[in-house]
Design a protein around this ligand. Sequence first.
Ligand SMILES: C[S@@+](CC[C@H](N)C(=O)[O-])C[C@H]1O[C@@H](n2cnc3c(N)ncnc32)[C@H](O)[C@@H]1O
Length: 237
Amino acid sequence: MLGEQHRRIGDLVADIPGLLRPEDELKLYELAQQTAGPIFEIGTYRGRSATIMALGAKAGQGALLISVDVDPKAQRAAAAALAAAGVADNVLLVRGSAAAALRVLPGLAPRLTFVDGDHSADGVRSDVAALERAIPNGGLLLFHDFVDPRNDNPDIEDIGVKAGIADSWVARECDLIGEYGVCGLFRRREGGEVGAGPPVIDARWRDSLRMQYLQRLRWPAARAARGFLRRFGQSDS
Ligand SMILES: C[S@@+](CC[C@H](N)C(=O)[O-])C[C@H]1O[C@@H](n2cnc3c(N)ncnc32)[C@H](O)[C@@H]1O
């Protein structure tokens, strides 16, 4: 049975612009609520789906949502919407493509990913390629507009979700679990052997030149010298 917030999720985000169907919204909330985390979203826009997932995650297992978008103006609106819904603390917004975000966050292994950025075949292909190394076995992928007749019309280049998935690792290594609203839900069956441990952000390039010198040169050199002395100093004694 649906909880009160789950049932009313469409009303709760009614003021946030977006193109989701009620069935999409119910599924996003449910998946986020059940996900142990982390959750990854490609295409924040004004934050409608992000707010739904963050509310679901907060009501469920507290998974962190990381949402990426290339449009700074839309993301500023999303930040305001997330704050207004009381879930700003549950979300990390990243400016850039999925590929860039996953480069910045090596080790991120999303348990749930909502793919809703560039819907052209090439756009979906790029996002799917970027996700290949990140999605663990058992990880869920929800593709928006997977169930859309425009996918089958070669004259409409904006919508190529099915073409973007065809021949990819998603087609080979994932099972289609079901269709919800206009979304297709896949679960990775194999090929997703990702390392254990949390993602590590390398922020050294934003350090002062002195800190960069210490971290890149002086400390590694001192460590190497200590190792050398331990190995060869001991054998002399
Ligand atoms: C359909 S909207 C997302 C809607 C949002 N998921 C929701 O339901 O509220 C698509 C968004 O994807 C963004 N976008 C387009 N290409 C992208 C890319 N290559 N990487 C990340 N985001 C992209 C656009 O700026 C736009 O905000």
